[in-house]
Design a protein around this ligand. Sequence first.
Ligand code: UD1
Ligand code: UDP
Length: 384
Amino acid sequence: MIKMINIVGARPQIIKAAAISRAIKNFFSDRITEVIVHTGQHYDSNMTTVFFNELLIPKEKINLKVGSGSHAVQTASMMIKIADVLMNEKPTCVLVYGDTNSTLAAALVASKIPVPIIHVEAGLRNFKKKYPEEINRIVCDHLSTLLFVPTIHGCRNLTNEGFKISDWGRQSNFDQPSIFFCGDIMYDNSIFFLEQAKKKSIILERLGIKNQKFILATIHRPHNTDYVKNLSAIFSAFDFISKKDDIKLIIPLHPRTLHVLHNSGNDIVQNIIERNKYLKITDSVSYLDMIRLEESAELIFTDSGGVQKEAYFYNKPVVLLMEETPWVELVETGCAMIGGSDSEKIINAYYTQKNKRNIVFEKIYGDGHAAEFICKKIIETFDV
Ligand code: UD1
Ligand code: UDP
């Protein structure tokens, strides 16, 4: 039996964990025992508990309760606590998702014990090391034994860094990693949960937008939240577009952004929010509510990695509130256009995207069974 520690910490990792847990429960519970360890990077109930309950994820065995802090404090305190967990639990392998500080901390610790690391969402790059996520991805990829890559671009990035695409599976080891193109587990979730969202979510009624056209927006990157100029430019663009097109903007906000709105004294943004009746700001919503909003929206503005892909999954045009994305295929297909944090660029991108009729949403993120594929490869590799 494989004992796999599954590390989660930030909202998107909990959502991704739903796909792996579901695959284990439905098909592989006789071969893999998963032990969920939550670093506590996210801790508000609408950033964590809501997803465990709604997506039926087994409760974490251990919560390290690290909370918020600088990169150094947060990562270091996770590392100390994860080391204890790995020494006590003695797992066969550790699975990590994506590119957060929780991913980095677990990878650094596991690699030195050593315990083999499985990296889900490997290979992504935006080639800008000023973003902490880029550093976390690179380090984690280069410490992992099994790398599961959601996109063709991701495979190319890894081969450019010296990885070889080969299905070594069982022969993989610390010095001979295997990389697999497997599709995106978030795509698995977007298919699996859509019908439930349509049946159970009452978010459209709650926000009074049932049968109304609306735009959805999310903002949480420090580059946007922590610079008055950038947040003001984004909200100025929202102000212009919503009034000109007579359309509501629904904006569920990450706690990071809500803290900034409440505490920064940014008069430009405050004025816009107080006076513009089209802008509806809410706390973060549950996953079922979020995908209901996504699949009902006319268009999406976002700086979220997950939300931009979900826009594609639900065939919605998207304007990216960031200058570069590791999900380059979204831009190549025309689904996404870069708006950055420049009002004029965001407005121009919006009108281009709004009027586009020729986006082809091909199946570039796998077949909706990425999590099962990942579990099979884990079993082939570690269940000896
Ligand atoms: C983290 C990830 C980012 C990911 C995002 C997903 C890193 C370096 N960044 O960014 O890649 O896109 O999660 O959401 O790991 N806060 C709360 N309550 C919470 C969680 C956070 O109030 O439950 C507030 C705190 O003020 C905290 C701030 O949000 O300081 C930022 O949280 P943190 O986890 O450090 O980074 P994120 O912006 O969430
Ligand atoms: N999400 C959610 N509620 C929200 C905003 C986002 O459930 O209010 C979900 C979204 O559907 C996606 C994931 O959170 O599955 C994306 O996480 P986030 O934007 O926090 O991080 P990123 O993907 O940028 O790392």
